[in-house]
Design a protein around this ligand. Structure first.
Ligand code: A2P
Length: 334
C-alpha cells in the first residue's frame, strides 16, 4: 500500500486535537503529518504519533513542497472559505469540518455509513456535516430506506464542546461563578435556545443546517423537516429527540431490529431497567446510541427516538477521519 501525506489545519482546536487522537488510534497509511494553526500557535510543539511535531502557521504557501494528499480542516468557516480552495488548487483533497462548503452543490457532504459513494464525486473538497446532523442521519438512513420518511421534528440538547474550546471554558467558568465569554448568557444552570446566528425566518443557522444537510445527505428534497436546537450545560455529547413520521406503517419490534442491524448504531433501550442513551456513556465512543424507541400515538405511522453521540468524535473528528479512510481505500482500488 502506498503511503500518503496528510495536513491537519486547526490542529490546536477542540476538534483538531481530537483528529490527532483518532488518527493515533486508527493508524492510517500516512507517512508524514503536517500540523497547521494560526500565527498564535506557530512554533509550539505537539507530541503526536510518538514524536514531536511543530505547529506551522497556516499561510497561502504553507502547503507547498510537502506533497500533501489529504488535508483535514477544522479552523472555522472563514479559514476554510479562504484556504480550502488554495489547498485544492495544489492537488490536495480537503475534508472540511466547517459549514463553509456543505451546501455547495459541487461539494459532497458525507457520512460514511450513509452516503460513502458521494466521496467519489469530489472536486477537491469534501464536507463533513454538522455534528447534530451526523448522529441523526446515521439512525434515520436505515429507517428511510425501509419505511420512507415523510416528516422529521428535531429537538436537540447540545453540549458546550460543540462551540469549541471557548464554549467548553464558558461552562467551566460558569461553574466557578465567572460570567460567560463565548455565549450571550451563562450556560451553567441554564439552557440557550440559540446555536449559531438567528436568520430572517426566525430559525437559527444551526437549525437550518440540520434541515438542509439532512435532505442533502439522504438525497431527498421532499422531506419535511423542522428543528429546534438548544445548548445545554453538558461538557460533551449531543442528545436529540427525533420525531419521525413515515409513509408506510411499521412494526415496532421490526423497526428496532432495523436499527440493531444498522452500521454505526447501538440500540440502548430497556426502560424496565432504566437503560437509555446518555452523553456520559457516549463520551469517547464512535457509535451513535439510540433508545426510548416508541410509537408516536398522535399520528398514523410515527416513532419517537432519543439519539446520543460524542459530538467531537462521531460528530466531527471520527467522521472526518472515516471519510479519509474511505478516500484512501478508493484510491487503493482504482
Ligand atoms: P489557534 O489555536 O492558533 O488559534 P476551536 O474552535 O476549538 O477554538 O479551534 C479553532 C482552531 O482553528 C484552532 O486550532 C485555531 O488555532 C485555528 N484557527 C483559528 N483561526 C485561524 C487562522 N486564522 N488561521 C489558522 N488557524 C486558525
Amino acid at each position: 500500500m502506498r503511503k500518503y501525506n496528510m495536513a491537519i489545519v486547526g490542529a490546536t482546536g477542540m476538534v483538531g486535537r481530537k483528529f490527532l487522537q483518532v488518527l493515533e488510534e486508527r493508524q492510517l497509511p500516512v507517512e508524514n503529518y503536517y500540523l497547521f494553526a494560526s500565527a498564535r500557535s506557530a512554533g509550539k510543539k505537539v507530541s503526536f504519533m510518538g514524536k514531536d511535531h511543530v505547529i506551522e502557521e497556516l499561510t497561502e504557501t504553507c502547503f507547498d513542497g510537502k506533497d500533501i494528499d489529504i488535508a483535514l480542516f477544522s479552523a472555522g468557516g472563514s479559514v476554510s472559505k479562504k484556504y480550502a480552495p488554495i489547498a485544492a488548487s495544489k492537488g490536495i483533497v480537503v475534508i472540511d469540518n466547517s459549514s463553509a462548503w456543505r451546501m455547495d452543490p459541487q461539494v459532497p457532504l458525507v457520512v460514511p455509513e450513509v452516503n460513502p459513494q458521494d466521496i467519489l464525486k469530489h472536486k477537491g473538497i469534501i464536507s463533513n456535516p454538522n455534528c447534530s446532523t451526523i448522529q441523526a442521519v446515521v439512525v434515520l438512513k436505515p429507517l428511510h430506506d425501509r419505511y420512507g420518511i415523510k416528516r422529521i421534528v428535531y429537538s436537540t440538547y447540545q453540549a458546550v464542546s460543540g462551540a469549541g474550546m471557548s464554549g467548553y471554558s464558558d461552562l467551566e467558568r460558569g461553574i466557578k461563578g465567572y460570567p460567560p465569554e463565548k455565549f450571550p448568557y451563562p450556560i451553567f444552570g441554564n439552557c440557550l435556545p440559540h446555536i449559531d446566528v438567528f436568520l430572517d425566518n426566525g430559525y437559527t443557522k444551526e437549525e437550518m443546517k440540520m434541515i438542509e444537510e439532512t435532505k442533502k445527505i439522504l438525497g431527498d428534497n421532499s422531506l419535511r423537516i423542522t428543528a429546534t436546537t438548544v445548548r445545554v450545560p453538558v461538557f460533551n455529547g449531543h442528545s436529540e429527540s427525533i420525531n419521525v413520521e413515515f409513509k408506510k406503517d411499521f412494526d415496532l419490534p421490526e423497526l428496532k431490529q432495523v436499527l440493531e442491524n444498522a452500521p454505526g448504531v447501538v440500540v440502548v433501550d430497556d426502560p424496565g431497567s432504566n437503560k437509555y442513551p446518555m452523553p456520559v456513556d457516549a463520551n469517547e465512543k464512535d457509535e451513535v446510541f439510540v433508545g426510548r424507541i416508541r410509537r408516536d400515538e398522535s399520528v398514523d405511522s410515527g416513532v419517537n427516538l432519543w439519539v446520543v453521540a460524542d459530538n467531537i468524535r462521531k460528530g466531527a473528528a471520527t467522521n472526518t477521519v472515516q471519510i479519509a479512510e474511505r478516500l484512501i481505500s478508493y484510491w487503493e482500488n482504482e
